[in-house]
Design a protein around this ligand. Sequence first.
Ligand code: NAI
Length: 319
Amino acid sequence: EPTQAAGQVVVIGSGLIGRSWAMVFAGGGFRVKLYDVVQQQITNALEYISKEMKELEKSGMLKGTLSAEKQLSLISGCTDLKTAVEGAMFIQECTPEKLELKKKIFGQLDLIVSNEVILSSSTSTLLPTKLFTGLKHVKQCIVAHPVNPPYYVPLVELVPHPETEPSTVDKTHALMKKIGQSPVKLTKEIDGFVLNRVQYAVISEAWRLVGEGVISPADLDLVMSDGLGMRYAFIGPLETMHLNAEGMTNYCERYREGMIHVLKTFGPVPDFSGEIEQQISQAMSEKTPADPEHLKARRAWRDECLMGLAKLKKQMKSN
Ligand code: NAI
């Protein structure tokens, strides 16, 4: 018997990120309309999703409680925007990272949507004021920035426009929880959002350390993958401080001066070019040659690792 779907969502753009969102929403029991301007893209996406879901089911990693077959039956393709958004409660835009293109799409949506539906963008770099200012439905607009690959890395950054209604943020947060993602709320927009700001802080110090000849590129990466990263998969930097002393206050008492001393020795923003770039590029290519075949194989291995980690986190009920 056909189970009642949890609601209907629309995914706009059926590329890498759109496919993942479609799978995550279907895992949560939602009916998904996958919209794209290119019919072939939709066909490819549906084939890819079908194959992936069947494999995930075999390995016990399919999200949600429904079978792969049932989840697949919830997803359908669509090339007409008006038809796609009919009856939708949530729209997740996943088109290429081009401001003018995204603005055009939100402009089109603005003309055809109800006052209830939430308009959400997957953008990794474009600020809500650039995307949504001037829209009639700006109160219903939000950025929900996923992390690649969203099926295994659950974080979603929620970034409001100054005019986004608090209920839009709350509803999006609840929806993300419901489909098994891990949403975090930013109170206001900021360049790079939070994930990339933290990531760039790490990348820039890594770059400087290699550039100054303190450590090799391969060893630098080990500092994260066999060091910091081990704990960061379970606790963040702030909780690490709390646990590495007798609580946060004690940590600051003990390490405040030392941290400030070290931080003052950090160099300027690197230019990510020239000799250091060549050195790091060469070191990375020794391990994984930068051709499509090798990169694809290494990414597949990475995703498998992430799948295993997701499984472990679930077992450990980490949070
Ligand atoms: P992609 O290039 O794989 O997919 C884009 C899709 O949009 C294609 O299927 C294309 O046919 C479709 N498209 C183009 N114009 C369209 C239109 N007018 N209407 C509907 N569909 C249209 O791109 P990808 O990597 O999936 O990125 C999508 C968004 O997700 C970008 O904003 C990106 O910044 C963001 N994002 C990407 C991440 C990544 O690691 N790739 C991570 C987090 C966010």
